[in-house]
Design a protein around this ligand. Structure first.
Ligand code: PHE
Length: 429
């Protein structure tokens, strides 16, 4: 295992799973202001006088109806495909790679911290803007708050985009050592490592002054050292040998901040963000003289490496040829692809407008093709003399489970073209 500390400029790196590494889409007409709110969202069904429409699901014992989440309202950008993922809770399935990994991480913490970490895996993914952003000091103009990047249920309620959304409430409830696992939601591009729903585990540990005073270090250095030791130990517990490196990073809620990257499929892949918690968060939530560390790790990213899973869509597959390969409590298993069906590529070109973003395009593609969309890639981009900009995107369609027919793909592409034109208001070429 090679560990090194490397310096990287934060914004020079490609969009990835981490909170601040989002596609650099600009604020535009899809953005609306989300005024500071103190109202905490709950999972209680809103009393809007309407009967539940179509379906409802239960999360942590609370019923959520479709129309609590998906609404025909300009402040709502949650499609049905996302609503359908809300109750899946892959992290609670003990025979699923995500659940197996969660349990393996629990094991590490239980063994090394004698069961001191409180575990939460059933907190509601519908949270307030305050919980998701304000409580963890995300600036008012931060890109992650945009309608282009986050799923808004209404102007004050979002589908959490990270498990850090629960830090403040758990601190206020008096927890000092905790792990929060849950599904998180982000509007994003389409490729083998990005999916609009994925799973994170948040870790948080508070230290009291007497813990660091004897060490001769200041609180921040003490917490930073402890954090790195803890995560390096976790990495060894999970991987044994794998190439990894620490990167200096930036998060609004930690300082200093770091990321851990792992070498996979010939690329460095970011798997977690972490750091020493900003004092303001501790102070605001009843921890006056303490310091703390926090980390947020992406379970899919780790599971892809650990179980050799080549495409993030597989985690959502109900195909027995996938699900039957994993066993409760067993980490060493390597996924054997049942067969590789050929991809089919379709290109489409259009003149973009001011409000065009790739995330909006990907939402349309996913809305039509669902998990048959494997990748959406910009392959050509130019501006003509009149100042009009053309984009050409290549869409790869591929099922993980079967061969697709030409007719089926042509029909998908026809619908994508139609909806791209009507929903995104672009001019097809
Ligand atoms: N919330 C961050 C993310 O989603 C990860 C993180 C958690 C970073 C805790 C620092 C501390 O990318």
């Amino acid at each position: 295992m090679a560990m090194s500390i490397a310096q990287f400029t934060f914004f020079s790196r490609a969009a990835s799973s981490s909170f601040l590494h989002r596609t650099n889409a600009r604020f535009n007409q899809f953005t609306f202001s989300t005024p500071f709110s103190t109202a905490a969202a709950t999972c209680t069904r809103k009393k809007n006088g309407r009967l539940p429409v179509m379906s409802a699901l239960e999360l942590g014992g609370v019923k959520i109806a479709r129309d609590d989440v998906v609404r025909d309202d300009p402040t709502n950008n949650v499609p049905d495909s996302i609503f359908s993922k809300l109750g899946m809770q892959l992290h609670k399935r003990n025979q699923h790679p995500i659940g197996i990994l969660k349990n393996a991480i629990y094991e590490y913490f239980d063994a090394n911290y004698s069961n001191k970490f409180d575990k939460f895996d059933d907190l509601c993914p519908l949270v307030s803007v305050k919980q998701n952003f304000d409580d963890v000091l995300v600036p008012a103009d931060h890109i992650s708050r945009s309608y282009n990047d986050t799923y808004y249920v209404d102007s004050q309620t979002v589908l959490r985009c990270h498990t850090s959304a629960h830090q403040a409430e758990l601190l206020r409830d008096g927890h000092t050592h905790f792990l929060v696992t849950g599904d998180v939601y982000r509007r994003d591009s389409i490729d083998s490592t990005h999916y609009p729903v994925f799973h994170q585990m948040e870790g948080f540990r508070v230290f009291s002054p007497k813990e660091w005073e004897a060490s001769g270090l200041d609180g921040t250095s003490y917490a930073a050292d402890d954090l790195k030791k803890c995560l390096e130990g976790l990495a060894r517990h999970l991987f044994g040998a794998v190439e990894m490196r620490w990167i200096d990073a930036y998060f609004p809620f930690t300082n200093p901040s770091f990321e851990l990257e792992i070498y996979f499929q010939e690329k460095w892949m970011e798997v977690l963000g972490c750091g020493v918690t900003e004092q303001e968060i501790l102070r605001n939530n009843g921890q006056l003289d303490s310091v703390a560390w926090a980390f947020g790790l992406g379970l899919e990213r780790l599971a892809m490496v650990l179980f050799d899973i080549p495409d993030i869509r597989l985690f959502w597959s109900n195909d027995e040829r996938f699900t039957s390969q994993f066993t409760k409590g067993k980490m060493g298993i390597k996924f054997k692809p049942f067969s590789k069906f050929p991809p089919c590529y379709k290109d489409m070109s259009f003149w973009i407008n001011e409000s065009f973003t790739e995330n909006n395009l990907c939402e349309v593609v996913r809305g039509v093709a669902g998990d048959l969309a494997e990748e959406v890639q910009l392959i050509d981009n130019f501006t003509n003399k009149k100042g009009m900009t053309s984009h050409c995107y290549r869409i790869a369609y591929r099922s993980m489970e079967r061969s697709l027919t030409d007719e089926e793909i042509n029909e998908l592409q026809r619908k994508v073209r139609e909806q791209v034109e009507t929903k995104l208001n672009v001019e097809l070429r």
